[in-house]
Design a protein around this ligand. Structure first.
Ligand SMILES: Nc1ncnc2c1ncn2[C@@H]1O[C@H](COP(=O)(O)OP(=O)(O)OP(=O)(O)O)[C@@H](O)[C@H]1O
Length: 675
């Protein structure tokens, strides 16, 4: 690890910084991932830079005061180090083959789209030609009947273009919406089935982007961009043919304009993509800040930090404004050059040289043909610039597809569909020499845990913070697999039990109860297919929900009271009691309380504690508790004391007190602090 004094010596191109983030285990240790490839190639292009300018959450003041250590990681050779979103995007056929599978689920629609597509494109291509023909007729004397018939043909072409164009647009949008629905459904269904490690590997923001922005990009590709690209390409080819047919001499005179159009548009889309990327990064930073501030509004207010947060937001807004300003400048330049300058210059050349050709009879070109020629020229210009737009859209869609399919092809270590169904269990749990490290870290969190819990036991885990108590629960629930050793339920290795079957027998009440928006009863019967109202009443009575629901002035709708988003309309204690009722209605053989009262105030803690204590005393299932309350711990058949991933003591309350060890110290500390 390099010390901060080196920070100013780091010479890196801005684009070479991949990410900078604090180490999860140690906030005073920060990691900067960078790619060093271009260092050898182009030393002159390197600049001394501040690697933290990307609005990372790292406290910059602390960095420069050298309170934080910086570790640089050269990721040049590490292909997986760069998130897909940061890879250079290019066309990849493999991704499109996967997308094609989705598109071809609607074979008939694809077939239907291409019929109106071909007809509308062909008729549109003929319109400029017929305009020229009409002009020729108009300029002829005594040719009224031809004017009429030519006008009718032109009208017919316009009608055909509109009619079939409408159906083309309608069906391509329908196809795009269907692919969008299939893809979004598959993404959600895949994600929800993945193991917990997946949700640690990818940030929630990334998952949300796959489901929103990326699928939207793919939808735009299917419903619009791919179709338009093909249409523009066909029109370009047709325009060029028509220009040569009308007059190869005048065509040669405007040839230099066509590539100019193409290159101006290409440069514009390249530059605007760069600016868009910056704007989108800044935008993400502002959303992140707003989300953080609004979700932690109590803390912000209690520390009186409203002004500070306003300033942080203002700084981001200013940066966003500058980038938006540049985007505006770029747009103004582009539209002036392409729409005003190049197109008008093109028309001028055609009229000037074409007029000269017509007047001097240098080619077989009439004034009507000249009008067709101008229309084909402008059509060619706009179609060729649309092609480079379309190509840009395809490249962005490639990136989106790559990100989507990378996550959809994630291979979870814990699979939902393997293992056997277990209809009934007695509720015994065994750990045999269990060793465990979290997938995201090398640190060994459990070091050879062996324990045995008999059916109907009440076991309490106590110990210092970070000693591994909650980790044990996660292994019983099989959120993770033990790195070594065995976790057994009723003498069956949990790895051999089907996940849904395993979790059906376990009721978990965690520290922060997660309620879903909906009514109280919706939350209680969450995940239960069949229930009777008597069962709900019984679970509510055992959990103490009936205690607060009795108050009809506060809860006039009883079970049907809407709890609000994440249960915000209920107090912490009320939410926790609903969570207990939710665990009980499953009739679990193993009931787990993981610090169920620690996030509550004293009054709520007392009420929830009463429910837990009575459940323990009248228990009909195995109960596992992580708690610091002496009353709860005392009533358990066994207390396991943990320290640094190891069991250091175990026994009943009285046995442990007589051992005069860690447990006794813990109890004394608790009594002296009246915890
Ligand atoms: N998802 C995770 N990824 C990496 N490390 C983790 C993860 N969750 C917990 N840890 C680490 O595992 C260790 C044990 O954590 P655990 O939550 O089991 O402790 P605990 O005894 O329940 O603590 P507390 O009483 O404070 O809740 C801690 O050092 C913690 O930093």
């Amino acid at each position: 690890m390099k010390e901060n004094k080196e920070i100013k010596m780091v010479l890196l191109k801005k684009d070479n910084i991949q990410s900078s983030y604090p180490n999860q285990q140690d906030k005073n240790h920060c990691i900067i991932d960078y790619s060093n490839k271009s260092r050898e190639k182009d030393q002159t292009n390197l600049v001394e830079m501040d690697p933290f300018e990307k609005y990372s959450k790292i406290d910059r003041k602390k960095i420069f005061e050298k309170q934080i250590k910086i570790e640089y990681r050269d990721k040049s050779e590490d292909k997986n180090a760069i998130g897909v979103s940061q890879k250079k995007q290019k066309f990849e056929w493999g991704q499109y083959k996967k997308l094609l599978d989705y598109v071809l689920r609607e074979k008939w629609l694809v077939f239907i789209i291409y019929t109106p597509f071909i007809i509308s494109t062909a008729s549109q291509a003929l319109i400029p030609y017929m305009v020229g023909k009409l002009l020729n007729e108009v300029t002829k004397v005594d040719s009224e009947s031809n004017v009429k018939s030519t006008s009718l043909i032109l009208l017919g072409l316009i009608f055909i273009t509109c009619f079939f164009g409408f159906f083309r647009a309608l069906y391509t949008n329908l196809l795009g919406s269907k692919v969008y629905m299939y893809l979004k459904r598959d993404i959600f269904n895949k994600f929800i089935g993945y193991d917990v490690a997946f949700f640690e590997k990818y940030k929630t923001g990334d998952l949300m982007s796959r489901l929103s922005r990326d699928v939207q990009t793919v939808k735009a590709l299917v419903s619009f961009n791919s179709n338009m690209l093909l249409r523009n390409f066909l029109l370009c080819v047709f325009n060029i043919i028509m220009l040569f047919v009308l007059s190869w001499k005048v065509t040669l005179s405007i040839i230099p304009i066509i590539p100019s159009y193409y290159f101006v548009t290409k440069y514009y889309s390249f530059k605007s993509k760069q600016i868009e990327k910056k704007i989108s990064d800044i935008n993400a930073a502002s959303s992140e800040l707003a989300e953080e501030v609004f979700s932690g509004i109590m803390t912000v207010k209690s520390f009186g930090q409203e002004e500070y947060e306003k300033q942080r937001f203002e700084k981001i807004l200013q940066d966003e404004f500058i980038e938006n300003k540049w985007s505006g400048v770029l747009n103004a330049i582009f539209f002036t050059v392409s729409n005003y300058f190049l197109s008008n210059i093109g028309i001028l050349i055609v009229l000037w040289y074409g007029g000269y050709v017509v007047v001097n009879n240098l080619d077989d070109l009439s004034s009507g043909d000249l009008a067709s020629f101008i229309l084909y020229t402008t059509s060619l210009a706009s179609n060729s610039s649309s092609i480079s737009y379309g190509l840009g859209a395809i490249i962005s869609a490639t990136g989106a597809l790559e990100r989507i399919f990378e996550m959809m092809e994630y291979n979870p270590t814990i699979k939902n569909d393997s293992g056997q169904e277990v209809a009934n269990i007695t509720g015994s749990v065994k750990f045999k020499n269990v060793v465990f490290s979290y997938p995201s870290s090398q640190v060994q969190v459990l070091n050879g845990i062996s324990l045995s819990i008999s059916p109907g036991d009440c076991i309490a885990f106590v110990g210092t913070s970070g000693s591994g108590k909650s980790t044990i629960i996660k292994l019983i629930e099989r959120f993770y697999d033990a790195t070594a050793g065995k976790v057994k339920l009723d003498n069956l290795n949990v790895k051999d039990i089907k996940i849904s079957s395993l979790r059906k027998h376990i009721g978990l009440v965690s520290q922060e109860p997660m309620l879903f928006s909906g009514s109280i009863i919706d939350n209680i019967v969450y995940g239960v297919e069949k229930y009777s109202i008597e069962e709900v009443d019984k679970a509510c009575a055992m959990a103490g929900v009936d205690e607060f629901l009795k108050d009809r002035t506060l809860f006039p709708k009883g079970y049907d009271t809407i709890v609000g988003e994440r249960g915000t309309k209920l107090s912490g204690g009320q939410k926790q009691r609903v969570a207990i009722a939710r665990a009980l209605i499953k009739h679990p053989q193993i009931l787990i309380f993981d610090e169920a009262t620690s996030a509550l105030d004293a009054e709520s803690e007392y009420l929830v504690q009463q429910s837990i204590d009575s459940l323990i005393q009248n228990r009909t299932m195995t109960i596992i508790v992580i708690a610091h309350r002496l009353s709860t711990i005392k009533n358990c058949s066994k207390i396991i004391v943990m320290q640094q991933g190891k069991i250091v003591e175990s026994g009943t309350h009285n046995e442990l007190i007589s051992m005069d060890g860690s447990y006794k110290a813990l109890v004394e500390r608790q009594l002296s602090h009246k915890i």
